[in-house]
Design a protein around this ligand. Sequence first.
Ligand code: GLS
Length: 826
Amino acid sequence: MDETGPLTEHEPTRTGLSVDALHRALLDNLFYVVGRFPAVATRQDYYRALAFTVRDRLLHRWLRTVQTYKEERSRTVCYLSAEYLPGPQLGHNLLALGIFDNTREAVRRVGLELDDLIEEEAEPGLGNGGLGRLAACYLDSLATLQRPAIGYGLRYEFGIFRQRIDNGWQVEVSDSWLRDGNPWELRRPHIAFEIGLGGHTERYLDHHGHTRVRWVPGETIRGVAHDTAIPGYGVFNSNLLRLWAAEATESFDFGSFNAGDYQGAVRRKIRSETISRVLYPNDEPETGKRLRLIQGYLFVSCSLQDMLRIHLAGGEGLDRFPQRFVVQLNDTHPAIAVAELMRLLLDKHGMEWESAWDLTRRTFAYTNHTLLPEALEKWSLTLFEETLPRHLEIILEINQYFLDEVRMRFPHDEALTTRLSLIDETGPRYVRMAHLACVGSFSINGVARLHTALLADTVLRDFHTLWPERFNNKTNGISPRRFGNLSNPDLCALLSRVAGPGWAADAERLRLLEPHAHRREIYPEWRRIKLERKRALARYVADQTGIVVDPESMFDIQVKRIHEYKRQHLNVLHIIALYSRIKMDPTLDAAPRTFVFGGKAAPGYKMAKLIIKLIHSVGEVVNRDPAVRDRLRVVFVPDFNVKVAQRIYPAADLSEQISLAGMEASGTGNMKFALNGALTIGTLDGANVEIREEVGAENFFLFGLTSAEVQARKRSGYCPYDCYRENPVLREAIDLLADGLFSHGDRALFRPLVDHLLQQDDYMLLADFQSYIDCQDRVDRAFRDADSWTRMSMLNVARIGRFSSDRVVQEYCREIWRLEPVTIRP
Ligand code: GLS
């Protein structure tokens, strides 16, 4: 995989890529940067020395990239995202630079193994799940495709909590990923901006006699840039991830200090720094509202001020800003950007409303990532008024012009005006952030074909009526580098051999594997690679949970956030049904299975936490029962994150994508599993629909209602109890649960879950139950025909190329961002 030059005598220590240069740099950094002698250095010390070694090489590329972008006055996309889940950097960067093998050798020279150093890295958990990981994949693709891009976000001191399991329950532990320092980032004290909070606004006359507004904030906070280089794969381009950390404008309040109040003097500093202290886990509607609003505002304001600074430094007028920058809003979290850009243009740069609005509307594009009502952000007007009074004024003014336009086009439809308004006035008044994002953007996209269609038909229906031309679809994708090369090197070596090495930068080339899917002589090697990954996962599972699993059994895996709509408990109902079937008929001919789960539940989401307990409780009974020994195992891998994910996807035989149709916007795990040769059991939801079309219906296990059927069933009055009454298998599974078989006789433990299923069943598990069970029987039969399974697995890999993030980013570049590649020469 390497393409390094020959070893030259004078290769520079900071930029050279030879084994020799890397080895010298490693020792050099160990001593001069980490401050340790080899004799006493720990693995962590060596990891850091190696990270600095790699960072030097990245900096070199990055400076060259910045210079070139500047000289060529390249158009840049700025991705505004409250979340990023980049995963560990070391391996990824070595891969991008093409120096994996040389580095391995250089590390051996100091008596260590590269894989052990890679293990030392703490991952930046700056996101909740799919949305943050998607942002990281897009940054990878942007750099690889040589597109000028900056990822902007927040540098949370504590990322997503670490998950421990205590007696089957999730326990949250704080994630101090910065404890040992972060060798990849550069703090940029000279790139810092102030933001205001609270206070009031004043009107005054400028020298042209025009009334203007001045915001006098109650307090100010600084955001300081922390930069991480994002190298492209196999190219010289290196882009930037710029994360803002909150700091106090003055670290010391001398007034208080002189008055003898030392504690008061530092209190403000501490309070300011709290702003970027912690990432909020999603699904918790009420906690930390104010802090969250401020967090969003902090990174949005700093990012926009930064863009304006860069733009003006290039010597062009503000009117050219939309030619130079395009800003993608990753969901509604950064939607305040629409009002903030208006404020900067109006109040700071003295622009008139019309030109400012025109410029703003040509700058932003908005991606929606969910149809769930609770994720459509709303902020109370009171909170807004207290925190961002000037922004509220601007939003109200935008709203006035907007609603005038609506009334002009639909004169007799006051209901439409009410529905479209940026302010929800049905009860206590709220600002609707999705509406602000729609009104302020020239493009609105969903993340899978079905999702975009449902958006246009449901949550954003009125906007679609208004501006159908703004709507477009961009089906998600994943980085083949991260989830192929890095996670599964052996499989990738095989792919490179049969399809050529170019597939990692051009995933459509995986198609070249297709003719080989019929060559039985390859099957044993394909299976050997899978088995090896399963063995590795089995070792990890044993180490983490103490549970021994059989690598020869089918690995049936569901890893993702725990949420009722994702229906991990439907998976559990199948396990219970299968368990009881084997108990009743020990001769039952079924392939041995290992059910693997992983994922975090939002700390305030009780039902999700109960589902984690349920998985453990069922596992405890099943794993202990000699009657099903060697046939069924249930394990829960704690603390699912990017690092753990990279172990899990390659080991899967079966990928569970079983959300209720119409609920999962896209999903990206579905793509990661398929790229690693797992077959999918899934509903027609999110990107599953398109994955199935690509890989072929015969290579995909489909079950369940369609989203149209779901809607119809709900309209006609869905009654889950009827399903329960009519289906003896379902009834038995639920009764076993309710009767306390999995809770040491405690009938109360799972009562909330059972009651919800029988009485409400919002996510229609009972409606889909039989179809799921039947489909699982088809999976079982298919798995037992090893050759046919292998062929299907190969075809899944061969046909999954469309779901590379490179393809999506190219679509964004062509259809939304109008962004051309800029080649960086060494
Ligand atoms: C999400 C969706 O739930 C996922 O289906 C989607 O794949 C992801 C990226 O588009 O975005 N939306 C969200 O709020 N969290 C997600 O993971």
